[in-house]
Write a new protein. Structure first.
Length: 258
């Protein structure tokens, strides 16, 4: 059965995009079929995967077509393939930034993505990972309504908890009203280092989230920048501590759904 998972945090710079691509590739290396969806107008996942965000169609075109604001597009026409990373994904573009405007008058607008993903093509994947934009607007609500679970990356630095309460409240509201299947799969500590601040934040996360905190942590390393520049997953580097960590995260996720 396909598991749709949102990678979300309203705070930017916490590693959502890095986690989406590398977790996806790690799952694929385990023999899982994976689709990534870039639901961020900044299109960082699209660029990370090595595709020009000017290529059409994108997730924005898919949403507009669904509500009659453009040509009706079938989802298979939006799926791209990253040869470097051997993974499929749906790209984004800057037009997604206007989603709040063009979805404002749409009935059941928070269920639009769920309706789009409710088809046999999507159901054929083992995992669909959604890279969410850093806000609590209509795009995030669509992602959460369409998802079975949420992974929340948290940078282990000062102000790490900023916005987390608002995010968890939104998740709870979506679960109680629209999507009763929605669960927080886990909180992922990212950009971990040997500073006292990082250690303190991890302890605070343990107190707050208990067994919802992944055992795997993602360390801070310059190789992450190299990965972005090469448009290549850390999991595909010959030697990569971060790649190994994302592989461990994939194993945790697989175990959670056994």
């Amino acid at each position: 059965m396909c598991k749709i998972i949102s990678i979300a945090n309203q705070k930017g710079g916490v590693g959502k995009t890095t986690t989406t691509l590398n977790l996806g590739v790690a799952l694929a290396l385990q023999g899982k079929s994976v689709l990534l969806i870039d639901l961020d107008p900044q299109a960082n996942l699209t660029k990370y995967a090595g595709i020009d965000d000017s290529e059409r169609p994108t997730i924005s075109d898919l949403l507009k077509g669904q509500i009659g604001m453009g040509e009706r597009i079938y989802i298979e026409g939006c799926i791209r393939y990253s040869h470097i990373n051997d993974i499929e994904y749906i790209p984004s573009d800057i037009n997604l930034a206007n989603a709040d405007l063009y979805l404002a008058g749409v009935l059941s607008r928070e269920t639009l993505l769920k309706r789009i993903l409710n088809n046999d093509i999507i159901k054929s994947y083992d995992y669909v990972l959604i890279d969410c934009n850093p806000s609590l607007g209509v795009l995030l609500m669509n992602a959460l309504t369409a998802s079975d679970g949420v992974i929340i990356p948290v940078q282990t630095q000062d102000f790490a908890f900023d916005g987390l309460t608002a995010l968890t409240n939104i998740i709870a509201q979506i679960k109680s009203t629209i999507n009763p299947e929605l669960e927080i799969i886990g909180v992922l500590a990212t950009m971990v280092d040997n500073t006292n601040v990082s250690k303190r934040v991890i302890e605070d996360l343990k107190k707050e989230y208990g067994d919802k905190l992944f055992k795997t942590v993602i360390h801070r390393a310059t190789q992450a920048v190299e990965s972005t520049n090469k448009h290549k997953s850390l999991c595909l580097f010959t030697k990569s501590k971060l790649g190994d960590e994302y592989k461990a995260l994939a194993n945790e996720l697989i175990q959670a759904y056994i």
